[in-house]
Design a protein around this ligand. Sequence first.
Ligand code: MIC
Ligand code: SF4
Length: 646
Amino acid sequence: MLFTVAQKILREHLIKGEMVPGREVTIRIDQTLTQDATGTMVYLQLEALGVNKIKTKKSVAYIDHNTLQTGPENADDHLYIQTVAKKYGIYFSKPGNGICHQVHLERFAIPGQTLLGSDSHTPTAGGMGMLAIGAGGVDVAVAMASGEYCITMPRIVKVNLIGKLNPWVSAKDIILELLKKATVKGGVGKIFEYTGEGVKNLSVPQRATITNMGAELGATTSIFPSDESTFNFLKAQGRENEFSEIKADKGAMYDEEIEINLSHLEPLVACPHSPDKVVPISSIKNVKVDQVIIGSCTNSSYSDLMKAARILQGKTIAEHVSLAVAPGSKQVLSILAQNGVLASLIMSGARILECACGPCIGMGQSPPTDGVSLRTFNRNFKGRSGTISAKVYLVSPEVAAASALTGYLTDPREFGLKDYSEIKIPEAFLINDNMIVAPANNYEKVEVIKGPNIKPFPLGKPLLPEIQGRVLIKVGDNITTDHIMPSPAKLLPYRSNIPYLSDYCLTLCDKGFPKRAKANKGGFIVGGENYGQGSSREHAALVPLYLGIKAVLAKSFARIHQANLVNNGIIPLVFENPEDYDDINEMDELLIEDAISQVKSRTIKLKNLTKGKEYKMILDITPRQREMLIQGGLLNLIRLKENTKE
Ligand code: MIC
Ligand code: SF4
């Protein structure tokens, strides 16, 4: 048999099931990662699972999303995560050490291994030839406790890269081109596997920019082969002993194929408010820019910042522009400090931020009212920057730096600068892991500290025979988890406090929703296509669960959110006939009879009592997930299995 890179890794990690697209497989998980915004829930769930020690080869808990500490809430979260990590055998990356995906790539990712992370951009490590998947919190908790993860076998898309990037065109433009072609829902249920002659010219950090933003396609993951570039990067990280070569077999079969000719690409930009609204920069004229930010897990590597710094060197940014730079890791920042490039960034007028997610998750640096912000990030959803009227454009570091100088969205090819695309990774990075704390040897003795901000998480209840309630909100296509559970600077400190967050659920769509949900003691949500795209935050399921949401009806779902709903006992139903979506109105009374037996089958009859109609809904989940719904979620199911074992 001939295999692709993804198939090879999956086959080596297969515990149960057949590797046929659409079938459920159980795979062994070698590594996990968490970050602080999702991590508190993950570790509360891990504690609830009652294990003594984790079963993965290596698990790492990062603090990177909320490092502002405007009150005790954050510090409480950090302390809880640090102590719980020490107790369970998990490495802890201190705040300031960097963004989880960047640090993981530098210090932990290993070609050929599997990684499950409670963050949707976990596929960043696919740039290292690792099979890296983003998931909801409880899936990551279970993976740590059992070393296993169940997933529907994805289809594999061959992305054939031919040709070579032209000057001023960057890795970011490759993934923006793919987003233009495939859209934010084009990757659902798929792995994007990169191959072709164009691959060999891309360094690991460039590959990681591409696999990172594969999350915006809705893909399960994206992956590159492990080759000479991978070896060079690992060697520069002092980890060459962790290298192994992994290439697709010649003649391996893929389910789909896309070709991108790198030589034909030009600098691109994703316009507000979606990462797939991609156009060539050359087609946009006269966009005045208020703010430029270089950073995030997509574009904050050594080479990204070096390129930006070289463009800015000896110059001053435009008077009306605020430029902020958030290096991806302490390693990146230290090298720039050592080689003096940091000074040229500062002298150009850049504001240097902490090595963290910061503005990408809306923690600071919100643009002015109606402001235009140019960011090297991966998401530009409305309101995510903290300014609802702001327009956020996504670009490469080269475009960001050139635009900071002119004050307008600028095509760097026309700017008359020297091309810095050739900046390579150094032969040796500056290695110092003193902000990574190893787990304790004497686990039993570690005291886990839970400050007052850490509240218990809601647990689903076993399914009732009849589900009845009103449609509490009806929303359109591509609703993100940022809409469902917004995470601006004011709310991020409350990620461990579901009751507090519940007053903000879906308020970006309708301010009255939380009140209505509480007054009606729960009910139904109706959504359009690709409901729940974006962040992996399980809060987008836990908060609706807390509000009594029984089922979400949509035209289609994003992968991680659909799994999060089921994991927490909320039924994700898809309209068999999409026109029925138009028929339903807010406050219609809906009924699912015989829920327990109906949930066991693929089609479900849903009555609209207000309209006197019946709709056919599809419940496209695996048998294990059906059991989960009946028991009220994954934790209940696991506990039931444990109890029946005894
Ligand atoms: C994001 O980029 O949206 C986040 C913040 O990293 C999320 C995780 C979260 O909401 O905590 C993600 O991508 O999963
Ligand atoms: Fe952090 Fe932004 Fe990356 Fe999410 S997308 S992990 S918020 S840098």
